[in-house]
Write a protein that binds this ligand. Structure first.
Ligand SMILES: [Zn+2]
Ligand SMILES: [Zn+2]
Length: 250
């Protein structure tokens, strides 16, 4: 099969490689029908990111079809359409039992070095390939309901869960005023979710006029921090020392 592989120095190439195989009883082999580009990939390519293992396949977000299953995976079938999530977890350690999969004790032994157990920061290859081996597939693959397109499903691999966990930590609720710093895909989803939660006001802060326009279309009050100090602007616009839920995105 073909895969996009990173070599030392940020050198990436499309190469012919062996197909992945079932190695453990809870593995699955997924044929990718879509994968996305994350800002982490761009950081890797710009060599701002040192946690990537050389000679590995890039990316960590995918949608595909189950082609093979290990004998221990009994909650999926061959042919199921699935999301390949960005983070791998064991499903049984104390962090996983608390739904804190990003800090899984089993798959993320370097928690203090890396912030989560992403594909391709351990030994597993990422889904910029025709196929990917997914360890612990009974926990890590999410079966898609019909009808769901690949594009609709893709945001659930990393972007939306990132936003969702941020909102949980910010304890955003109805009636809150929310400030979203950064209006890329994660920030725009934060604005969309803040509206669903019936927040009182949403401030969107960014430097990009195009991103701020998208934020405005989603119902946010926009602040271009190239033109004004966002903290002073929010204080002036709210005119009260009410607590504000701040959500920082990349
Ligand atoms: Zn990502
Ligand atoms: Zn775990």
């Amino acid at each position: 099969m073909k895969a996009i592989i990173i070599h030392d120095g940020g050198d990436i190439r499309l190469e012919e490689v062996p197909d992945p195989e079932i190695e453990q009883s809870h593995d699955a082999i997924v044929r990718l029908t879509a994968s996305s580009i994350c800002d982490k990939d761009l950081n890797i390519l710009n060599e701002k990111y040192s946690a990537m293992i050389p000679e590995n396949f890039l990316e960590h977000e995918g949608v595909g079809i189950v082609e093979q299953l290990g004998a221990g995976v009994n909650n999926l079938n061959i042919g199921d359409r699935v999301i390949v999530p960005s983070i791998m977890a064991c499903g049984s350690c104390s962090h996983c039992r608390a739904d804190d999969y990003a800090h899984c004790d089993q798959t993320n032994p370097n928690e203090r070095v890396t912030d989560a157990s992403f594909f391709n920061r351990q030994k597993e290859h990422g889904p910029w390939a025709e196929k990917v081996r997914v360890p612990l597939a009974n926990i890590n693959l999410l079966k898609l309901p019909d009808p769901t397109t690949d594009n609709q499903a893709m945001d659930n691999a990393d972007t939306l869960p990132t936003r969702y966990s941020g909102d949980d930590k910010a304890t955003t609720k109805a009636g809150h005023t929310v400030a979203v710093f950064g209006c890329g895909p994660v920030g725009l989803l934060a604005i969309a979710r803040a509206r669903l939660l019936h927040t009182e006001r949403i401030f969107a802060i960014d430097t990009s006029p195009e991103r701020l326009q998208k934020a405005k279309e989603l119902g946010a009050e926009i602040i271009n921090c190239n033109r004004e100090d966002p903290i002073k602007a929010i204080k002036r616009l709210t005119a009260a020392p009410a607590p504000i839920q701040a959500v920082a995105t990349m």
